[in-house]
Design a protein around this ligand. Structure first.
Ligand code: ATP
Ligand code: MG
Length: 352
């Protein structure tokens, strides 16, 4: 098969973890006799530095055409002086998600066994943790009107019933394939958007009588996630809460550097990226953990190309590398970003 995709390395550690993931993909395509057609494109700060818009037309066109996108990370302090849509995040990643209608962001939280003793929490509390966060990605406060006025600054949070309904359906459909439980997270005691969220989720749940629905307020959820992580199956939440809760979920999995994500629409297009950001504090030092990016590449193979055996081979190689402590410093190891990429690739080759 010809695996054609758009590669957006972006900023900070993006190009570093991206190079490790490409190395693994090259090995996989060699082992499984596929060909790789990588369309590398500029995005974010890297595009700005090249004299382009944060989301160049050529980049958007490539994403739309290939329908399979592997993204590193966008943004960093270098572009902090920019405002509004000139900023890397607001001018590239958010419009890319919006224009491709990638409203469903799926983020797994299932600690690898090899990480249970490295995570900040004790093994007996983590064992059996296996939930997925279904985060709404194209609405809410990140996309509302924002600005400054005489009174200060404002960010508007808006959700339509249709926006809540379609992400809720994704969550319930996923729960039907899993342990049939949805935990919907909102702040309905304070926010009107959360009241609409809760009402709409209740309505959708009536179509899924086999699925148990639980509602939690987001502040309480930050605690429940750490005290009873094994109780969750599908966690359904809005854009900003999902952003915050999945950074917290990374504590259960050992590091920010191990959780991949898929952003999907109703069509076949998919964007795959680690949940972490550009990590400017460690960029350029070979310290970044590439596992989240490598697993994102595996998800792309599975969901965009239907290459299940290839995706599973990468995931098994990652599990093996973790068991053998072939990891970066965030997980207590001594390997560089590139060395982890090579270790995972070698395991893919050895298993073939
Ligand atoms: P964003 O707003 O883009 O989500 P963020 O503020 O959540 O970004 P990150 O860039 O994700 O920030 O970094 C948060 C912390 O996690 C930093 O200290 C960073 O060094 C660390 N971190 C993030 N990704 C990795 C990684 N792949 N390997 C090791 N450490 C990481
Ligand atoms: Mg973050």
């Amino acid at each position: 098969m010809n695996i054609q995709f758009t590669y957006l390395p972006g900023d900070g550690i993006g190009p570093e973890v991206g190079a490790a993931a490409l190395f693994v993909l090259e090995t996989v395509s060699d082992v499984f006799a596929h060909s790789l057609q990588i369309e590398a494109q500029l995005i974010g700060g890297a595009a700005i530095d090249a004299g382009e818009k944060p989301l160049p037309d050529a980049t958007f066109e490539s994403c739309q055409r290939t329908g399979a996108i592997l993204l590193g990370a966008v943004g960093g302090p270098k572009w902090d002086h920019l405002t509004g849509a000139d900023r890397p995040e607001l001018g590239s990643l958010l419009p890319l998600r919006k224009r491709l209608n990638l409203y469903a962001n799926i983020r797994p939280c299932k600690p690898y066994d090899g990480l249970l003793d490295r995570a900040p929490l004790k093994r007996d509390r983590l064992e059996g943790t296996d939930f997925v966060v279904m985060r709404e990605l194209t609405g809410g406060i990140y996309f509302g009107a924002k600005g400054r006025d005489a009174g200060g600054a404002y960010d508007e949070c808006r959700y339509s019933e249709a926006e809540v309904e379609r992400i809720a359906i994704k969550a319930f459909d996923l729960a039907m394939q899993r342990r049939r439980k949805v935990t919907s997270v909102d702040k309905s005691n304070v926010l009107e958007t959360s009241r609409l969220w809760r009402e709409t989720v209740e309505q959708v749940s009536r179509r899924y009588p086999e699925v148990t629905l639980e509602h939690l307020l987001v502040d309480a959820m930050t605690m429940h996630m750490l005290t009873r992580p094994t109780d969750f199956d599908v966690v359904l939440t809005e854009n900003m809460f999902g952003d915050i809760l999945t950074d917290e979920a990374s504590v259960l999995c050992g590091s920010m550097g191990v959780i991949p994500s898929a952003s999907l629409s109703d069509g076949t297009i998919g964007l795959f990226e680690p949940i972490h950001g550009s990590a400017p504090d460690i960029a350029g030092q070979g310290k970044a953990n590439p596992i989240a990016m490598i697993l994102s590449a595996a998800w792309m193979l599975r969901l965009s190309f239907g290459l299940e055996a290839e995706a599973s081979a990468i995931e098994a190689a990652v599990a093996g590398a973790l068991d053998a402590s072939e990891v970066t410093g965030d997980l207590g190891g001594a390997l560089t970003t590139a060395e982890v990429g090579r270790a995972v690739a070698q395991r893919v080759r050895n298993a073939a």
